[in-house]
Design a binder for this molecule. Structure first.
Ligand code: T4K
Length: 392
């Protein structure tokens, strides 16, 4: 038994679950796992791998990276797609491209990377609260914008979509850039429009746990050609097309192996989303009325890669989590605590200036249940049964 200080649990709270230091050992001991990678065509990936070896181009804007960028731009209907090593670096590159340093408004209820990227690029995060589904609250954003605001960074959490219209209006009147953290939202649509086409830029993750895995990886979409050029230079140490150093760049390039994996899985995205959607329907019908599944709203279509559920109290949430783990079901507590109350933010006094009561409440009661290609309807029923029993 390994006690992990709160990847899952309230601030300062400790939950014990059977984790070995090796992920392999963990996975073999568990039946259903939040974040188990979706991989559907191993042969096609291996064929591409052999091609990479024969090509002798392993990285540095190779043919698979270009093919992936083209395929993603086409799938999302966006003019520019820039592949990067991961979404965290994608966020950093976009934030570095802002015309000046200042405040960036961000929800506290998010993965830590959304906020770290802001701080690591010399900006100051201003944490605001979320709505009842855990998405940034536009009213809170409107109250928080000011002369120091350089950007608003909403998060399309769990493959749900923020209120893009209101956020766009607020950003334009505040002369602030709108940068979406869409790490969870590949394949998601809002009122017929693909996520990827909103704001100044959107940043997606291709991490192993996401709907489309590239092992690791990410990409930025934008309709701003100048931003796309800056990002391409910045991901490659600051070299321009002619090989001249024109910027203080970094190494955020995607390798050919990562691109080949992402491309192979992207070819199956429709199938994966249909499968996740079917699992979600079973969760909807099987989960007890004593909890609330966070669902897409009318006009929204999710990729259903996350199954977030709000439980009545934090004690009950912890009880359900422990019971699931004991039964070999690796649920996850995404996200707790809110970023504003994690150690580095408290230590550096970047905590809370605005009301974050919904963040505190949701993060103490949320739990995410397994889905993905390794879970089918009978698996969902088994998970729901254990979940429901633990609620009683
Ligand atoms: N913005 C948002 C809103 C995000 O959620 C994220 C990342 C980012 C930005 C940054 O994206 P990247 O820079 O990563 O591209 C995981 C992921 O590491 C992270 O990518 C993700 N969000 C976050 C929500 O989840 P952890 O700490 O939960 O990772 P870990 O290792 O516990 O894995 C989660 C589960 O997945 C486990 O139950 C085991 C399973 N798993 C994981 C891996 C890596 C597997 O079965 N196989 C695997 O290879 O953060």
């Amino acid at each position: 038994m390994f006690c992990k200080p709160c990847a899952g649990g309230r601030n300062g709270h400790i939950i014990c679950y059977p984790i070995d230091s090796s992920l392999k050992a963990l996975l073999s001991s568990l039946k259903f796992v939040v974040g188990k990678p979706n991989v559907l065509d191993k042969d096609r990936f291996i064929a591409r791998l052999l091609e990479i070896i024969d090509n002798e181009v392993h990285t540095n804007d190779g043919p698979f990276v270009r093919e992936l960028e083209g395929a993603l731009a086409n799938y999302l209907g966006v003019p520019h797609c820039v592949a990067v090593a991961n979404a965290t670096l994608g966020l950093e590159l976009v934030l570095n491209a802002l015309p000046r340093k200042g405040q960036v408004i961000v929800p506290s209820f998010t993965f830590i990377a959304s906020a770290h990227a802001i701080v690591r690029t010399g900006h100051t995060p201003v944490f605001v609260d979320v709505d009842s589904r855990g998405l940034i609250d536009p009213q809170a954003v409107a109250a928080a914008v000011g002369p120091e605001t350089v950007a608003i960074l909403p998060v399309n959490l769990f493959g749900l979509v923020c209120d893009v219209e209101r956020l766009s209006d607020i950003a334009s009147s505040a002369h602030a850039r709108l940068i979406y953290d869409s790490a969870h939202a590949l394949g998601v649509r809002s009122n017929g429009k693909n996520v990827g086409g909103f704001g100044w830029a959107e940043v997606f993750s291709l991490h192993a746990t996401k709907v489309v895995s590239g092992f690791e990886g990410g990409f930025v979409t934008t309709s701003d050609g100048e931003l796309a050029r800056v990002l391409r230079e910045a991901r490659n140490f600051g070299f321009d097309k002619k090989g001249v150093i024109v910027a203080l760049g970094t190494n955020a390039k995607m390798s050919e192996v990562h691109a080949a994996m992402a491309l192979t899985n992207l070819e199956k995205i429709d199938w994966i989303i249909e499968h996740n959607a079917a699992n979600f329907c079973v969760y909807q019908s099987e989960l007890s009325e004593l909890c609330a599944l966070i669902e897409p709203q009318e006009g929204e279509s999710s990729n259903y890669q996350y199954v977030p559920v709000i439980v009545a109290t934090s004690d009950l949430r912890d009880k359900v989590f422990a019971k699931l783990i004991a039964k070999g079901i690796a649920a996850k507590i995404y996200f707790s605590p809110g970023v504003h109350s994690t150690v580095p933010y408290i230590r550096n006094n970047i905590c809370r200036s605005h009301d974050l009561s919904r963040t505190i409440d949701i993060s103490s009661r949320i739990i995410c249940l397994p889905t993905g290609v390794h879970v089918d309807a009978s698996g969902v029923r088994a998970i729901a049964q254990i979940f429901n029993e633990a609620l009683l």
